[in-house]
Write a protein that binds this ligand. Sequence first.
Ligand code: FES
Length: 294
Amino acid sequence: MSDTRPTGPTRDEPGFDVLSEALDEAAAGVRELEPAARQRAEQLRHAVEALHGSGINAIVRKLRGDHRGRELLFGLADDPVVRLLFSVHGILQPTPVTESLRALEKVRPYLRAYGGDAELVRVDGDTAFLRVSGTCNSRALAGVTLREVVKEALIGGVESIARVVMLAGDPSPTLIPLGPVRNRDGGWVAVGTAVELGDRPITALHLERADGAEADIVVISLDGRLTAYRDICAHQGLPINVAQLDPATGTLTCPRHGFCYDAHSGACLNSPGAKLMQLPLRVDNGQVWIRLDT
Ligand code: FES
């Protein structure tokens, strides 16, 4: 697969921070104008945004039309300036989970500097559930605990989050260690019982066909339904078994760059056209079978 990662600004191009600082400065200047001048400036801004939005949407529509174009779009969405433009023009639709993950990313360097870290477990309505690790619970700089830093980042940075609940202790296991399971029934592989797979939100499995072909898959358990996917994020092909499953919204969010999927269909909600690779799954006498595609 070709490399679709953003190359970042060249030596002569201003970076995201410089551009957003200039934008903030200009916006502050506009707010200080007389009402009539401010209205004119706002009209100009809307007209420029509408022009840019129309052009960007035309480019995105064209790129979405073919496989290579979609690959380029996924890579482009990693660039903070492009991501901002896509968000402003409704091409990327952030969800509470993706926004929370982004807010956490902003404070993660600080948490790590104090030997801690935080993991978003799920978002339920206006509440984010997190698990903290390392020395995150201890008192850090200037009497501020790292927990407070995390809370502030989420409540202050994500409009829909009003409460943060810290979950105690180690994460409950969501992955069950299974060795390779051999294919014995015309492409269908027995992978466990419906009860054990239904008990875990996300189960990672490594399957092996009789012909030696192997596949990593994930089984998602949500609302009493089991769904199997290849363990591959549609963005950069990294494993999806570390994704956050949000039962309230029925979404599965890859923590790496925030691609958010409908957990039942695998359709990507913030990059239309992208999809997880779903595998046929059936339950027979309490036994779960998954068919490996060829
Ligand atoms: S690998 Fe980028 S969002 Fe999953």
